[in-house]
Ligand binder design. Structure first.
Ligand code: PEP
Length: 241
């Protein structure tokens, strides 16, 4: 079975006082689920022992003259075991292409971390009936050779559902995850074991129906991961699924 994963993406939110929320998340994380938080890199070293951590993005190079950037090795050194790659906000804000994302995924693996590769279609692409074409192109272009269920998780995040309060319907998520599972099985020897997360306005109130779907193995959560009282019920719904 793919691992169940509840991943929180704090984005550009959190000062040192956020440690209290992280402590509550670590203390309340249920058995049977990888509960992880991707805080801003400034907070990685300030997070409590025992909380599984991820980076939000990395530079593909190991080191060098890249002012303001962070290498995957730096994130791992600061305590991250996972790292996001290809989040739509990075693609939009920083113009990251699938080739850029592929290079980041390779760097994440080289640093000994597992990658959470984010893919997703815009509303315009969905309305033009291009959702699967877009997702397959992102998956093929951003996932390098060498991917396994141990080093890679795929997060389906429709761009129109991120931070908007609009959740994809269970039918929409089911259709996409079923297609992604097939694509991963075609490409990877252990593609059936790769965890597939849904992301896009997941909350306690909609998590259980998403986790009931066949190929939804967890969630990537933005806004509702900032507070333990919002995030833990999602992790618990996953444990119960
Ligand atoms: C995200 O940032 O990946 C995300 C899904 O955000 P939200 O849960 O706030 O929509």
């Amino acid at each position: 079975m793919p691992q169940k994963i509840a991943a929180g993406n704090w984005k550009m939110n959190g000062l040192r006082a956020a440690r209290a929320e992280a402590e509550a998340i670590a203390a309340g994380a249920p058995e049977g689920v990888v509960t992880l938080i991707c805080p801003p890199a400034t907070l990685l070293g300030a997070m409590p022992e025992g909380l599984t951590l991820g980076g939000q993005a990395c530079h593909p190079a190991e080191s060098g003259a890249h002012t303001g950037d962070l290498s995957a090795a730096m994130l791992a050194d600061a305590g991250a075991a996972w790292c996001l790659a290809g989040h739509s906000e990075r693609r939009t804000d920083h113009g990251e292409t699938d080739a850029d994302v592929a290079a980041q995924v390779s760097a994440i693996w080289t640093a000994g971390m597992a990658a959470i590769l984010c893919i997703g279609e815009t509303l315009e692409e969905r309305e033009a009936d291009r959702t699967l074409d877009v997702l397959f192109a992102q998956l093929d272009g951003a996932l390098p050779e060498g991917a396994t269920a141990a080093n890679t998780v795929v997060a389906y995040e429709p761009v129109w559902a991120i931070g908007t309060g609009k959740v994809a319907t269970p039918d929409q998520v089911d259709a996409v995850h079923d297609a992604l599972r097939g694509r991963l099985e075609d490409r990877l020897a252990d593609g059936g074991q790769v965890s597939l997360l849904y992301g896009g306005s997941v909350k306690a109130g909609n998590a259980a129906e998403l986790f009931a779907l066949d190929h939804v193995n967890g969630a990537l959560v933005g806004g509702a991961s900032l507070r333990a009282e919002d995030f833990l019920p999602i992790a618990r719904a996953l444990a119960a699924s």
